[in-house]
Design a protein around this ligand. Structure first.
Ligand code: PLP
Length: 385
């Protein structure tokens, strides 16, 4: 058995990131500044020239996208129960009502074939999540968008480097929010970015992201800047800083390398676990998985232990794991506010009850990967009915 605990997740940070942050510190420009602008430009290049704003978080990006599209009280936004709280909270924060549609049993993504039934006169937006890094069917999504004149805000927190028919998520003409949180495929510690398909709204969102101050106010302390600013809206403090952007630039430069390693680990898992009575994550024809997560699902009827016990057994073997996600409708706050009850979104609940996210990150060694495979094999085989 392995000697040291293998954490569920670790960011891939090394000397390049250290140097970049030290240089940023020595520049004395530690808030939003030239590095943030450079990061935005490079993200834009990475996403085929889309307009990209670097922000404090993915949550900030989704919030601003809804606000900038005037989505608010009386409006409904359709999203998935199988996501992190942020996707629903931003809908609540603009005063709109979240409407949940159950997920596909294989990908864990919102079931787009059931979205149409949930659309009403009040529906203004769709907020799908590319769960684990597997793209939703973009053609089907955009068909719904166009047919019902909806705004689409993609929660792409897992989907940096995810593609649909070879084309990167973030380039399909929708508001698309990426997360650079510590656990995500590209990290700036905390941070995010929003792709804005409409350049006019980009200015509005940029202003909203920095207190509502007029354009270019961020450089008011530089030689080219001026102390004058005007407030054009009651904005937020949602900007990225140059310390974060310094990290982000290095991470973006090594993204391809990191993604290769994620794919490699996913392949090793698939090979090493293929013969077990478990459900491995799917990859539909149209998707290139970003492998943010490796959501293994147990066939609990075939096992004599529960999912929770399975995770405990992994821990005994010095392997960390997690679960993504506790469905939205099972949390007390949302139940109280919207009357959602257990049983309402059965696919999400079944996925949740069977799901274990295995450790998968670029800095894992082949020995680490081997240890995870052996631990899973050992637990499954010794608890088969
Ligand atoms: C991480 C995550 C978020 C939040 O990202 P932040 O950058 O922390 O705001 C939103 N949605 C999903 C699905 C996530 O996993």
């Amino acid at each position: 058995m392995r000697e040291h605990f293998l954490p569920y997740n670790l960011p891939d940070l090394g000397p390049e990131e250290e140097d970049a942050v030290i240089q940023a510190l020595r520049s004395h420009w530690i808030s939003r500044g030239p590095l943030t602008q450079k990061f935005e430009e490079e993200l834009s290049q990475h996403l085929h020239g889309e307009t990209v704003l670097a922000l404090a978080s993915c949550t900030a990006g989704m919030h601003l996208a809804l606000l900038a599209n005037d989505i608010g009280p009386g409006d409904e936004v359709i999203t998935t129960p199988y996501t992190f709280a942020a996707s629903v909270n931003v809908i609540i924060h603009v005063g709109a009502t979240p409407v949940l549609v159950d997920i596909e049993k294989d990908t864990g993504n919102i079931d787009l074939s059931m979205v149409e039934q949930a659309i009403t006169d009040k529906t203004k937006a769709l907020l799908p999540v590319h769960y684990a890094g597997h793209a939703v069917d973009m053609r089907q999504l955009n068909r719904l968008r166009d047919a019902y004149h909806l705004v689409v805000v993609e929660d792409a927190a897992h989907a940096m480097a995810s593609t649909y028919q070879g084309q990167p998520i973030g380039t399909f003409g929708n508001f698309t929010a990426f997360s650079f949180y510590a656990t995500k495929n590209l990290t700036t510690g905390e941070g995010g970015a929003l792709v804005v398909p409409d350049p006019e709204l980009a200015d509005k969102i940029r202003i909203l992201s920095l207190h509502g101050m007029s354009r270019h106010a961020w450089n008011r302390y530089s030689a080219q800047g001026s102390w004058v600013y005007q407030i054009e809206a009651a904005g937020f403090k949602y900007n990225m800083t140059d310390l974060q952007a310094a990290l982000g630039l290095v991470q973006l430069h090594k993204l391809t390398r990191m993604q290769k390693r994620r794919q490699d680990i996913a392949r090793q898992f698939a090979e090493g676990l293929a013969d077990l009575p478990v459900i491995l994550p799917t990859q539909r024809d149209y998707a290139e998985h970003a492998w943010h997560l490796y959501p293994l699902r147990l066939i609990t009827e075939a096992l004599s232990l529960s999912r929770d016990q399975f995770i405990e057994e992994l821990k005994v073997r010095n392997i960390g794991a997690s679960v993504h996600f506790i469905p939205i409708h099972l949390h007390p706050y949302y139940q109280m506010r919207y009357g959602w009850t257990p049983g309402q979104f059965p696919n999400a609940e079944q996925f949740f009850e069977a799901e274990v996210s295995l450790p998968l990150y670029p800095s894992m060694t082949d020995d680490d990967v081997h240890d995870v495979i052996e631990a899973v094999r050992d637990i499954v085989l010794s608890h088969s009915r």
